[in-house]
Design a protein around this ligand. Structure first.
Ligand code: 5GP
Length: 193
């Protein structure tokens, strides 16, 4: 088991509805020492790639992406889920259905912060059905930039997102892939990687 799988076994809670709760270390309280190890691991897995920026989505991806960015020495842009008066100028947008909230969000990135010359590493906390990733990929495409790779903390391998994204030809690196989990017993089975 790797460091993230060990932490999930220790502190993750399996909820009904195929939800894994990891809010004690990943997406509410944030263990930045763990994020630092994750960043180090992404740097290894995407070695040799010319990455110029990291793209993530608010809110839960931001912490992991920010610490990972230190390992790559590049800026982080996060897609916003709400129009704000601070968002001026032209924007790229995509529609994303939320797995956890079951609603549809328009995600927004300012055209100023992603250019055709960019080589983008996309980072997010979870991969379930892949809607969040598809939205981020769409934004990179609209900008004429290149997706160099995708780094995920926890992929739920029993949901279709991972297969879909790999079939599209992207280098998708998930630090932990959960192949099965059971809310009644609390058991979690990881895919051998
Ligand atoms: P997808 O778009 O791939 O269906 O879902 C990805 C998004 O839904 C992630 O950004 C994450 O915030 C949320 N998500 C999906 N599954 C889970 C889960 O099991 N636990 C938590 N905490 N968030 C999840």
């Amino acid at each position: 088991m790797n460091f993230l799988e060990e932490r999930i076994m220790k502190d993750g809670v399996v909820k009904e509805g195929n939800v894994l709760k990891v809010d004690s270390f990943l997406n509410h309280r944030m263990d930045v020492t763990l994020f630092d190890k994750m960043g180090e691991e992404y740097k290894k897995r995407f070695a040799g790639k010319n990455i110029t920026m990291i793209l993530t989505i608010e809110a839960s991806g931001i912490g992991i992406a920010a610490v990972t960015a230190l390992h790559f020495g590049v800026p982080v842009v996060f897609a916003k889920k709400t129009q704000s008066i601070n968002l001026d100028g032209e924007m790229y947008t995509a529609e994303v259905e939320s797995f956890t909230h079951k609603n549809v969000n328009t995600i927004i990135v300012s055209k100023k912060f992603i250019t055709p010359e960019d080589h983008v590493l996309i980072i997010d906390d979870f991969l379930a059905n892949g809607c969040a990733l598809q939205g981020l990929i769409q934004i990179v495409k609209q900008a004429g930039a290149t997706v160099e790779g995708i780094g995920i903390a926890i992929e739920k391998g029993f949901q279709p997102g991972g297969r879909t994204i790999r079939n599209l030809g992207y280098q998708l690196e998930s630090l932990a892939i959960v192949d099965a989990m059971d809310a009644a017993t609390g058991t979690i089975t990881f895919r051998e990687q």
